[in-house]
Design a binder for this molecule. Structure first.
Ligand SMILES: NC(=O)c1ccc[n+]([C@@H]2O[C@H](COP(=O)([O-])OP(=O)(O)OC[C@H]3O[C@@H](n4cnc5c(N)ncnc54)[C@H](OP(=O)(O)O)[C@@H]3O)[C@@H](O)[C@H]2O)c1
Length: 294
C-alpha cells in the first residue's frame, strides 16, 4: 500500500470530467499517465507534466490505479474490451455514470479478466474536483478502497458505501431525486407567488427555511420506514391529502401548472384507498416502492 503522492496513477478519458481528474492528480504531485481517444485533449495536461500513453493498454500498465471516466458504460466496454488489452492485475476505478446494474455487470466482467474493480459516482462539477466540495462515492471491495483511499483523496471528499458495486450509482440517482424534488417544489411555490407579484429572490430565503425544516424530519421518518410502523404523531396522511387538494385548486385558480401536485395527490389517494389515511406521511414509501407504468 503506497499512501504517498509518488503513487503513479492513470486516467483514461479526458472529457470535461477526466481532464479535471487528471489535473487534480497532477496538482497533488502524482505521476499521472493519461489517454484519450481524441489525443489533443491531453495537450494542456502534458504541458503540466502528464505522460501521454500511446494506447489504452499502456495507460492500464502505468498506474497503481487507473481511473476511467468516459461518456457511458458502453464506451468503457469498447475501450477495455479491445483486442490485446490486459486487465489482469490492474486496479480499475470506473467513475463513469451509469445504472447500478451496469456497475455490477462491469464489476463481474472486469473481475473475470483478473482486474480489481471499484465503481464510483462523481457528485460534483469538473471545477470542484480537487477540492473538498467534490463528493466522490465508491463501492466494491473495501480492501481495494482502503488501499487507494489516500490517492483518491486528491480528487475530493471520497466516500466508501459498501461491497455491492451498484451502491455508488444508486446513491447517485437517489441524490438526484432529492435535488430535483427540492428544486421542483421551490419552482412550484415561486410560480404561485409570482402571480401575486412576489419575485423569486423574495421567496427564496423563506423556501430555504422550509426545506431545512423538512430536512430535520428525515431521521425520525426514516425510523418509521425502517420499522414499518407509521403512527400519525404530527399529522395523518388524509390531512396532508386535503392540503394537496388545496394546492391544486390554488394553482389552477391562478393559472399555474398543477401537474406535479396532482401526481403527488394521486399517490396519496391510492395509499388512503388502501387504508393508510390515518397514518403518517412516510407510509407513502409503499407507493414509491411500487413500479407503475400506467
Ligand atoms: N461533467 C460533469 O459535470 C459530470 C459530473 C458528474 C459526472 N460526470 C460523468 O463523467 C463522465 C464523463 O463526463 P464528461 O463531462 O467528461 O463528458 P465529455 O466531456 O462529453 O467527455 C466524454 C469522454 O468520453 C470519451 N468517449 C466517449 N465515447 C467513447 C468511445 N466510444 N471510445 C473512447 N472514448 C469515448 C470521450 O472521448 P473523446 O474526447 O475522444 O470524444 C471523452 O473523453 C460521464 O459519465 C458523466 O455523466 C460528469
Amino acid at each position: 500500500m503506497n499512501h504517498s503522492t509518488d503513487t503513479p496513477v492513470a486516467v483514461i478519458g479526458l472529457g470535461l470530467m477526466g481532464q479535471a481528474l487528471a489535473g487534480a492528480f497532477l496538482k497533488a504531485g502524482h505521476p499521472t499517465t493519461v489517454w484519450n481517444r481524441t489525443t489533443s485533449k491531453a495537450d494542456h495536461l502534458v504541458a503540466e507534466g502528464a505522460r501521454l500513453a500511446p494506447t489504452v493498454g499502456d495507460a492500464l500498465e502505468a498506474g497503481s490505479l487507473t481511473i476511467i471516466c468516459v461518456t457511458d458504460y458502453q464506451a468503457v466496454r469498447e475501450l477495455l474490451g479491445g483486442t490485446g488489452i490486459e486487465l489482469n492485475g490492474t486496479m480499475l476505478i470506473n467513475l463513469t455514470s451509469g445504472s447500478s446494474a451496469q456497475a455490477r455487470e462491469a464489476a463481474r466482467w472486469a473481475e473475470q479478466r483478473g482486474a480489481r474493480y471499484l465503481d464510483g459516482a462523481i457528485m460534483a462539477i469538473p471545477r470542484a474536483i480537487g477540492t473538498t466540495e467534490a463528493v466522490i462515492l465508491h463501492s466494491g471491495p473495501r480492501s481495494d478502497f482502503e488501499a487507494h483511499r489516500s490517492t483518491l483523496g486528491a480528487l475530493g471528499t471520497v466516500t466508501y458505501l459498501g461491497a455491492d458495486h451498484g451502491l455508488a450509482s444508486l446513491y447517485d440517482v437517489a441524490g438526484l431525486a432529492m435535488m430535483w424534488s427540492v428544486l421542483n417544489a421551490w419552482l412550484q411555490g415561486t410560480a404561485l407567488l409570482g402571480t401575486a407579484g412576489v419575485d423569486a429572490a423574495t421567496y427564496a430565503p423563506f423556501a430555504r427555511q422550509i426545506a431545512a425544516g423538512v430536512a430535520e424530519w428525515l431521521p425520525g421518518y426514516a425510523e418509521q420506514i425502517d420499522s414499518g410502523s407509521f403512527p400519525a404523531e404530527v399529522s395523518a396522511l388524509e390531512t396532508d391529502a386535503r392540503a394537496m387538494a388545496h394546492l391544486i385548486e390554488e394553482s389552477e385558480a391562478v393559472g399555474v401548472n398543477a401537474e406535479l401536485p396532482k401526481l403527488i395527490k394521486a399517490m396519496a389517494d391510492r395509499s388512503i384507498a388502501a387504508g393508510h389515511g390515518g397514518e403518517q406521511y412516510p407510509v407513502l414509501i409503499d407507493e414509491f416502492r411500487t413500479l407503475r407504468d400506467d
